[in-house]
Design a protein. Structure first.
Length: 478
């Protein structure tokens, strides 16, 4: 979140409720904007499809293509996102802002063709028509670019521009879909085109914001490649986080209570809709962590580490460590308490609202929603703990925690398909709780020996790691 913290400090220090609301709003745009955007897209497209008389088969096909594209693009981009975030943060710290845009161009040059080939192979065997497959491929590549831009947008202070990109995206998609359906009649192809156009609008505006903010050296496009060798743990963390989050959805599609829509596209509507609304509950912690934990922790964190650079005595370091860990404990407890209260409120009030919406909520969906809300709440707090571990550069511990999360949720979800359908959601909830317990233990163990990790675990001689990223970089440089 390079850049956003400095702006938020100004807003939180300002007097008045409006400034603080703006701070939370800005944080939400940068951290949760894509999540909210995808939610509104799926909901809006379904409403428009029903309005123009789509058959159940056509509506499910449309929703499934969009959902598959969203999940596939998020999982593929997650392999690169955290390493890129680290690289951009290093560039900004070293005041090399002119190399930010070249790195964006470089990663897209590598990621878009490779991702398009993989997704194209799936679409070729998926059973959709050529036009539907082409539009799905366009949607996938547009989403890859959009998710990648998110790694850079936190350094931009033009929050109004970011908001315009989100609103413009939704409005464009809805207006094109409604006008197109009125003129040409409803079709899957037309609705897919409107979604591609909507996300394309967001991607274009975000590109304009980034190019307008950062200078461009027009060189060093692939200097980030060695970072993938040096910080390979971050690749694993990003990938396993998304596997843990979404594997239970994919397993549900191909289980006994899912059903085939067409070709390789499957769905489990009762579980999917419940999971979609339960997933939104993590916004409470996602936004609160950046707006509260990071902003309040950073000054203590910076002071503590600065004292190790020959500026502080042992007593000053010990005092700074005590202050930092006190703030950390307070903010983590505060964040967890907010998530708990938020989940309890949603379980009591949210179900009443959902039952009144035309979503067909029945007893099974209500059960899924309740247990998945608990699961996503536990995940949200555990994810904050792993983010704190990465804050202290404890990448190995964060990686282990996320591997535990991915393996536990996936294995338990596979095992639960042999039980009654009503028990399925417990697998993800159990995996998230295990994730929370393990992440808590790793963070507590790490912070108990913080000076040791800072001073004694560092190598006497740093030898750069030379893996696939470095070899590819050297070949490109030649």
């Amino acid at each position: 979140m390079a850049g956003i913290g400095f702006e938020l400090k100004k807003l939180f220090k300002a007097t008045g409720v409006l400034s603080k609301l703006r701070a939370y709003g800005y944080t939400g745009m940068v951290t949760a904007g894509p999540m909210i955007l995808g939610f509104f897209f799926l909901l809006s497209i379904q409403v428009i499809a029903k309005r123009f008389g789509f058959s159940e088969q056509a509506s499910e096909t449309l929703t499934s293509i969009i959902t598959y594209s969203l999940l596939a693009s998020m999982i593929y981009s997650s392999i690169f996102s955290m390493v890129l975030t680290r690289y951009v943060a290093d560039l900004l710290y070293e005041h090399n802002e002119e190399d930010v845009i070249p790195s964006l161009e470089g990663i897209l040059t590598l990621m878009l063709p490779s991702g398009a080939v993989l997704w194209g192979v799936f679409l070729f065997f998926s059973g959709v028509t050529f036009i539907q497959g082409f539009l799905a491929l366009m949607l996938f590549t547009t989403l890859l670019a959009a998710w990648t831009e998110m790694n850079y947008l936190s350094a931009i202070k033009d929050y109004r521009g970011i908001l315009i990109s989100y609103v413009g995206s939704i409005v464009t998609a809805i207006v094109v879909a409604i006008i197109g359906c009125n003129i040409f009649g409803g079709s899957i192809e037309l609705m897919l085109f409107s979604v591609v156009l909507g996300y394309g609008m967001m991607m274009s505006i975000d590109f304009a914001l980034l190019y307008g903010f950062f200078p461009n050296s027009q060189k060093n496009h692939f200097d980030f490649l060695p970072w993938f060798d040096e910080y390979s743990d971050l690749m694993v963390i990003g990938l396993t986080t998304n596997i843990g989050l979404f594997s239970h959805l994919v397993i549900a599609w191909f289980s006994g209570f899912g059903h085939k829509i067409t070709g390789l596209f499957y769905s489990a509507p009762q579980h999917d809709i419940s999971a979609l609304f339960a997933f939104m509950t993590i916004l409470i912690t996602t936004i609160n962590f950046v707006a509260s934990v990071e902003v309040n922790l950073y000054p203590k964190y910076r002071k503590y580490y600065d004292l190790f650079n020959g500026q502080g005595s042992i007593s000053e370091i010990e005092q700074a460590e005590k202050e930092m860990l006190t703030v950390l404990d307070h903010e983590l407890i505060y964040t967890a308490r907010r998530q708990f209260y938020g989940t309890a409120l949603i379980l009591s009030v949210g179900l009443v609202i959902l039952e009144r919406l035309p979503l067909g909520f029945d007893a099974l969906m209500e059960g899924y929603f309740r247990i998945l809300c608990v699961g996503y709440g536990a995940y949200a707090v555990a994810n904050v703990l792993t983010l704190v571990l990465m804050y202290f550069t404890a990448y190995e511990d964060a990686k282990k925690a996320n591997i535990v999360f991915a393996v536990t949720t996936t294995v338990c979800s596979l095992a639960s398909v042999f039980l009654e359908a009503k028990y399925y959601g417990f697998a993800f909830a159990f995996g998230s709780i295990v994730y929370l317990i393990y992440a808590t233990s790793r963070l507590m163990k790490y912070t108990k020996k913080l000076p040791y990790h800072i001073l004694s675990t560092q190598p006497m001689y740093v030898e750069p790691k030379r893996g696939l990223g470095t070899r590819l970089y050297m070949r490109i440089k030649k």
